[in-house]
Ligand binder design. Structure first.
Ligand code: NAG
Ligand code: NAG
Ligand code: NAG
Ligand code: NAG
Length: 361
């Protein structure tokens, strides 16, 4: 994909090549500046195909931020030639899709739990009056879904939603993030704090200030009611409160698998809910390897599973409902089962004239 787009860009914007915008860039060597990878046209042609140079050299490491390349001035694309990615995004017309355009961006030594720029383009950072609260997901350009415990006690007007964000410590991403305010904060009407039940909330935007769908801001699909996840390999991802105020504030991700219902009940009963607990469809459980990211206090994060038959489109299977248990040999995660809540979500959004087909598979 990356290659294809680069070729098309080279064909479509030939005039932009070689026109360096020198002002505003940091010099990293004679006739070289630190610029965004997307604007650096260094690379090679093989069999008529252009391969952009994504390698990192010592010059890059020593002088440029990890999102930038030390690029020849004469091979720097003009920043003002607005690269129109949207023309190439056929498969993003459906929910849950993403592009792998920017997966080469990587800070040094950040490998194990990394989420890439644009990897989960529906991921939204939610801030309250006192800073970052938790992560949610975009389900329409006007609606974000998260866990109720994340936003309970907040007022809608104090909330800020940031989509298209990656490294929250800088603003050097290839495309800018989008920030919006919330006009309506709705906890699920039957939400109970302790024990946490129906732990979901919808954050609704002003219809005149929706998010714009772009290559790095997309909506995730909601699961159809009949979906079965037994042992599906899924991911959780999101920012962690404790990672803010550092040089890098990147979202993390971790693979997990969804337990079939009977196994979930067997593990939940002794672990958390007591003998009399009867599992119903409002919760689902995940198993997987323990890790300091998933075992830390994360607030709320989405559980995202690939659609059957596609490893590149995702549905929102769950939202973290209770603290993950990490005292057994494997972790046990407990999530609100989003498919159970489709009626509430659909109904709430339809009442507000939103087009819910946007998140339908
Ligand atoms: C840019 O300059 C470098 C070094 O001076 C040279 O090797 C390269 O061919 C030039 N590229 C273009 C597109 O002019
Ligand atoms: C909340 O619980 C009541 C009583 O069980 C039920 O009738 C109602 O449908 C529930 N509300 C939603 C939105 O699910
Ligand atoms: C998957 O889940 C369904 C419904 O809960 C169950 O009937 C089926 O046996 C499960 N399959 C596996 C492989 O566990
Ligand atoms: C963060 O950045 C500062 C200033 O650039 C640097 O001195 C410090 O070593 C960095 N800290 C870490 C943990 O990388």
């Amino acid at each position: 994909m990356d290659l294809l787009i680069r070729m098309l860009l080279t064909l479509i914007f030939p005039a932009a090549i070689g026109r360096a915008e020198t002002s505003g860039y940091k010099s990293c060597a004679p006739d070289k500046n630190c610029v965004s990878y997307d604007l650096c046209n260094e690379g090679i042609f093989v069999d008529g195909h252009f391969y952009p140079d994504r390698s990192r050299t010592l010059l890059d490491e020593q002088h440029c931020h990890y999102m930038e390349k030390c690029c020849n001035v004469n091979e720097t694309l003009s920043a003002s030639s607005e690269i129109n990615y949207n023309d190439y995004l056929g498969h993003l017309k459906q929910c849950g899709g993403r592009l792998d355009l920017w997966f080469h961006l990587n800070p040094m030594g950040y490998k194990k739990q990394k989420a890439n720029f644009g990897e989960f383009p529906w991921l939204v950072a939610i801030y309250g009056a006192d800073g970052y609260l938790c992560s949610g997901v975009l389900i329409t350009p006007l609606a974000v879904l998260t866990a109720a415990h994340c936003v309970q006690g907040e007022t809608a007007s104090d909330l800020r939603l940031v989509a298209g964000e990656w490294d929250a410590a800088v603003q050097l991403e290839p495309l800018p993030h989008q920030e919006r305010t919330v006009t309506e904060l709705m906890l699920h009407p039957n939400y109970t704090q302790s024990p946490a039940g129906h732990n979901l909330a919808l954050l609704l935007l002003d219809p005149d200030a929706s998010f714009s769908l772009t290559p790095h801001v997309q909506v995730i699909c909601l699961p159809p009611p009949h979906i079965i996840y037994n042992f599906s390999q899924c991911f959780v991802a999101g920012w962690r409160r404790s990672d803010f105020n550092a040089n890098e504030t990147l979202p993390k991700r971790w693979p997990l698998y969804v337990l079939p219902r009977d196994q979930c009940a067997v593990r939940l009963r002794p672990a958390i809910l007591g003998r009399r607990f009867a599992l119903n469809d409002t919760l689902l459980c995940t198993g997987g390897d323990k890790d300091d990211f998933v075992c830390s206090d994360m607030g709320a994060i989405p559980l995202m599973c690939p659609l059957a038959g596609s490893d590149d489109r995702f549905v929102l299977a769950g939202l973290l409902a209770r603290a993950t248990r990490c005292d057994g040999p494997q972790l046990l995660g407990i999530y609100s089962n989003v498919k159970f809540y489709r009626r509430w979500i659909d109904h709430t959004l339809r009442e507000r004239d939103q087009d819910i087909r946007q998140y339908m598979v």
